[in-house]
Design a protein around this ligand. Structure first.
Ligand code: SF4
Length: 235
């Protein structure tokens, strides 16, 4: 008989569309995911909290590119203040623009399931996008827009100092790695980000996985690789 945790995991993988996988990663022993929470600022040094709040205001008021004219609001990011993993996506969509939070809607639900499969809730990681404002008609952000916004994401990564970055989708992967390779060539191996060499794993964007469910197995492989590089929770 399967233990309760294995049954729960099987249910989560079923929701992800992966019915035949059996986890064999360090995440096997992790506890049930915590509920999603906003940034836990009191776990940080006061100077970092102040810097974080300055950054939040700077992003909120930013007019660094033309996207500020069409946004409802900026989408700063959400999650833990001292995360082991930071998830980086592309840009807010219509629902994210309305709610002010990244990865909501169907793609967000799938991202939540992916995180749950390795024992994480949204509040255990920090989730951000390369671009903080929604491109009209959900078009891809331009290189100029990505360049204009790059400092915001870099500042977030500097302050959060994650142990691992999970880049979801082509725009995030190419922006963070400074490469033009497609996701299919960038995924499946560990990269190093920045001077600190933070391990970075590339995987498919959940919105793509919703359109191409056959690729979910590869996304699962990417999550297992990330778990091997940096356990998603402290032991
Ligand atoms: S996308 Fe980034 S650079 Fe452009 S206005 Fe929004 S926050 Fe500023």
């Amino acid at each position: 008989m399967m233990p309760a945790s294995a049954t729960r995991r099987a249910m989560i993988l079923h929701e992800m569309g992966l019915e035949t996988w059996r986890l064999r990663t360090p995440a096997d022993s992790v506890a049930a995911p915590a509920p999603a929470v906003e940034v836990v600022a009191d776990s940080l040094a006061p100077a970092i909290v102040a810097d974080w709040e300055r950054l939040r205001v700077a992003v909120r008021d930013c007019q660094g590119c033309e996207l500020h004219r069409t946004r409802t609001q900026t989408v700063f990011g959400v999650g833990h203040s001292a995360p082991r993993w930071v998830i980086v996506g592309e840009a807010p969509g219509a629902e994210e623009d309305r709610q002010g939070e990244p990865f909501v809607g169907a793609a967000g639900k799938l991202l939540n399931e992916m995180l749950r499969a390795v024992g994480l809730g949204r509040g255990d990681v920090f989730i951000a996008n390369v671009i903080k404002c929604r491109p009209p008609e959900n078009r891809n952000p331009t290189p100029a827009e990505i360049g204009a916004c790059a400092g915001h994401l870099q500042a977030q990564l500097d302050l959060l100092a994650p142990r691992l970055i999970l880049a979801v989708g082509r725009i995030a992967a190419q922006s963070l790695l400074g490469q033009n390779e497609p996701v299919g060539r960038l995924r499946g191996r560990a990269h190093a980000f920045g001077p600190a060499g933070i391990p970075l794993v590339v995987t498919y964007h959940p919105a793509y996985l919703l359109r191409s469910p056959a690729e979910k197995r590869r996304a699962w492989d990417d999550l297992r690789l990330a778990c091997r590089l940096v356990a998603p929770r402290a032991s």
